[in-house]
Structure formats: structure tokens, C-alpha cells
Design a protein around this ligand. Structure first.
Ligand code: C5P
Length: 403
């Protein structure tokens, strides 16, 4: 499956470095050619000898080794790879990558490459949550570097939390997805809405909802990874801007609609935002004073972005996908909603109390089209996004029929 793919692993000095050995073995089983660069501290965790034995190639680690430079310069190392994977990616190497520091062979290769880079972070939860790491990750994502994980769980340091490196099988799956799916939506444009909207009451108060934006952001990221030229129109969320995506930040439903209309024409539109159905008729520009009488708010309906984008016309995206967050019988409510909105597909989910869909990391959805309805198993929001992006790609480029 990875026959003839040349993968350069950059191994940095984290406790998870030993997991590289398993990854190298699995990559080679799939037919990939694996070459490895070790940082100096990585050699404290895994021996160059075991890495060389498993990869079947010389191991590179010294920027100033004349032999290495003679046989294979750092520029050539990065040119000779179809994909670079930093595994494990310590907080230190992520920081050096974010700043473009090139003070050893690993970081010099990373600076010299114009090939796709993935990184699998591995660090203590406090280091992962540190503001410096958060902003480094943000920069790297914006630069299009694909960050794999991390997972949550028990850590080697005895603490519990986010920062544990994803398993070799997950890294292998991401590498396979890159080579198999990458480019399937190349040449197509996609628009995604995500997050809640904030509808002002006065300068300090607003009407909002519990949407986290996790699902919409993951969809934008998944479409971009398949090669779509993707614009994400996002309401206020705590989510980082996904890498490789053009992100437009808005506050209100009306701003979201304007930004969407400006992004047209696109081939695909996915409306995952939880747009506020109403806004205050006349938001005031002075803070409303607490002077005894409770104010009453007069509301008016917001534009329906999904319905607007679904209207027939020259600019209508070829595939419009809406979301239906329902309580109760989702499968009964979603099909009429699809017809009412005029969209092609509806992704329906149950947001009843206890499902933890809003703000949570998993989702159980049903994909409803004009003629079919299918239920997907409970999955992470990332996996829902990847599955949906693949289904969208199938729609534009149907997979070849099985022999
Ligand atoms: O009507 P309801 O809010 O349940 O519809 C949900 C779907 O409609 C979602 O895809 C959401 O993004 C979209 N929507 C919209 N603009 C609105 C309300 C909902 O795009 N004003």
C-alpha cells in the first residue's frame, strides 16, 4: 500500500522514541522505504544500531559529519523523501520548528524541506498545555504541518492527561490516508461554517449557544487534507485555526452569511455552525443598566445560511451539506429538515442531555440524502470529519468499481 513511498522519520528525544521501532517495522511491511534522522538526545532513548537494523538504511544524526555530508547532504535528505514524520515530536523540537531554528541535522532538514510534514507530539501534560507550546502548535498548523494527536492517558512521568504520543498504528493510518486520499479533492473549492454565533444585546452581553466548533473545524481540516481549497467561516470558538485552511472569523449570523456569500462560488458547502436562530431586534450601544425593571428583549429571525446557500442559482455549490442537531427521534426529524432547507445531505445527530455531543469529542451521526439514510457508529469528531470528507470525495470522484 505504501510501495515505493520514501518516508523520512525525524526521531527526537522523548520517552516515546522506542515506539518508532514498531512504526519503522510496520512502514516497511507496507513496502515503504524508511530513512531515519535521530537528534542527539534521541540516541539516549533508542540506539542508532537498532534503528538502522529495522530501517535497513544508514541512520543520520550529525549535521557536521563529513561522511554524511559527502554521501548525503541535508538538502538531499529532505529532497529524497515523499513525506517527513517527526516522531516523537518533543516540545523542544516543535519549538525549534516553529521558530525555524536549524541547529542540528534534524531541524536543518525540516527547514530545508518543501515536502509535507507530520508530527506526533509527545510530552508531559503541563508542557503540552503551556502557552508556549500552544502558540508553537498554532504556528505549525497554520504552516500546514499535520499534527497527529496527542492522546490522553497515563504518562511515563506518573501524571495523567493529554500529551501521550498516539500509537504507531494511528501514525501509520495517517500516513496511509495521506498517500491514498491526498489530492482526491484537488481543484475543488469548499466552504465550511463552524462554531456558534454571538448575537449582541448590548456591548457586553450576547445570545449564544454551547457549540464548540470542534466538528466544523475538523471537517474543514479533513477537506483541506484531501486537497480542497477550503474556506472556514467560524463563529467565536476556542478551537485553533486548522492548518492549510483560509479562516474567516465572524461574530454574528449576518456576518457569517456575508462571509459565506463572499467565499462563493465553491463546489462544496458544509454548514456545521450552530447559527443563532434569532437576534435582538435592536441591540443598543450602551450597557443596559440594572434599574429595577427587568428588560424584555424583542427578537427577530436571523437569515438561514444553509437555506440561502441551498437555493438554486449559478452560485449554488454542487453539494450542500447541513447538520441537524435534534433531541428525540433524530431519524424522523432530519429528512423533512433536509427537504425544507433544500440541501443535498443532512448529517443528523442527537444532542439530548447526556449525549455530550455539544463540546464533547465524540459524535454519533446519521447521513441522510434524498434517497438514503445510514447510521455511522459513535466516533471521534475527527473520524466523523474524515469519513464525511471521504464520502464527499466519493461523490465527486466515485471510487472505481471493485473488480
Ligand atoms: O434549523 P436548524 O438550526 O436545526 O438547522 C441546522 C442546520 O442549518 C445546520 O446545518 C446549521 O448550520 C444551519 N443553519 C444555518 N443558519 C441558520 C440556522 C441554521 O445555516 N440561521
Amino acid at each position: 500500500m505504501l510501495q515505493d513511498k520514501r518516508i523520512l522519520l525525524i526521531i527526537s528525544g522523548g520517552i516515546a522514541a522506542y515506539k518508532c521501532l514498531e512504526l519503522i517495522r510496520r512502514l516497511r511491511e507496507q513496502g515503504a522505504a524508511v530513512r531515519c534522522v535521530l537528534t542527539k538526545s534521541a540516541t539516549e532513548f533508542v540506539t542508532p544500531l537498532s534503528v538502522a537494523a529495522l530501517s535497513g538504511d544508514k541512520v543520520y544524526s550529525d549535521l557536521f559529519s563529513l561522511t554524511d555530508e559527502h554521501e548525503m547532504g541535508h538538502i538531499q535528505l529532505s529532497r529524497d523523501a515523499d513525506l517527513l514524520v517527526v516522531v516523537p515530536a518533543t516540545a523542544n523540537i516543535l519549538a525549534r520548528m516553529a521558530l525555524g531554528i536549524a541547529d542540528d541535522l534534524a531541524t536543518t532538514v525540516l527547514l530545508a524541506t518543501d515536502t509535507k510534514v507530520m508530527a506526533a507530539p509527545s510530552m508531559n501534560v503541563r508542557m503540552w498545555e503551556h502557552e508556549a507550546t500552544v502558540s508553537n502548535l498554532h504556528r505549525l498548523r497554520q504552516r500546514g504541518i499535520e499534527i497527529l494527536g496527542p492522546d490522553s492517558g497515563d504518562m511515563a512521568c506518573g501524571e495523567y492527561g493529554e500529551g501521550r504520543m498516539v500509537e504507531p498504528a494511528d501514525i501509520l493510518a495517517a500516513i496511509q490516508a495521506h498517500f491514498v486520499d491526498g489530492g482526491r479533492l484537488a481543484g475543488l473549492r469548499a466552504l465550511v461554517t463552524s462554531g456558534p454565533t454571538h448575537e449582541p444585546i448590548d456591548p457586553v452581553r450576547y445570545i449564544a449557544n454551547r457549540s464548540s466548533g470542534k466538528q466544523g473545524h475538523a471537517i474543514a481540516s479533513a477537506l483541506a487534507k484531501l486537497g480542497a481549497d477550503t474556506t472556514l467561516v467560524s463563529g467565536p470558538t476556542r478551537e485553533l485555526d486548522p492548518g492549510g485552511v483560509n479562516v474567516i472569523h465572524v461574530e454574528t449570523a449576518r456576518e457569517m452569511l456575508t462571509a459565506c456569500e463572499e467565499a462563493l462560488p465553491t463546489d462544496i458547502a458544509v454548514c456545521a455552525a450552530a447559527v443563532s436562530d434569532w437576534r435582538v431586534k435592536q441591540a443598543v450601544d450602551q450597557k443596559i443598566k440594572k434599574d429595577g425593571a427587568a428588560p424584555s428583549l424583542s427578537l427577530t429571525e436571523n437569515p438561514d445560511i444553509l437555506q440561502t446557500l441551498s437555493q438554486p442559482g449559478n452560485d449554488r455549490p454542487r453539494l450542500v451539506v447541513g447538520f441537524a442537531a435534534e433531541t428525540g427521534d433524530v431519524l424522523e426529524k432530519a429528512p423533512p429538515k433536509r427537504a425544507r432547507k433544500g440541501c443535498d445531505w443532512i448529517v443528523a445527530n442527537d444532542v439530548s442531555p447526556g449525549t455530550e455531543t455539544f463540546g464533547g469529542n465524540t459524535n454519533q451521526v446519521h447521513l441522510i440524502t434524498e434517497s438514503s439514510s445510514e447510521s455511522w457508529p459513535q466516533m471521534s469528531k475527527q473520524d466523523v470529519a474524515v469519513t464525511l470528507a471521504r464520502r464527499i470525495a466519493d461523490q465527486f470522484h466515485p471510487p472505481a468499481a471493485a473488480e
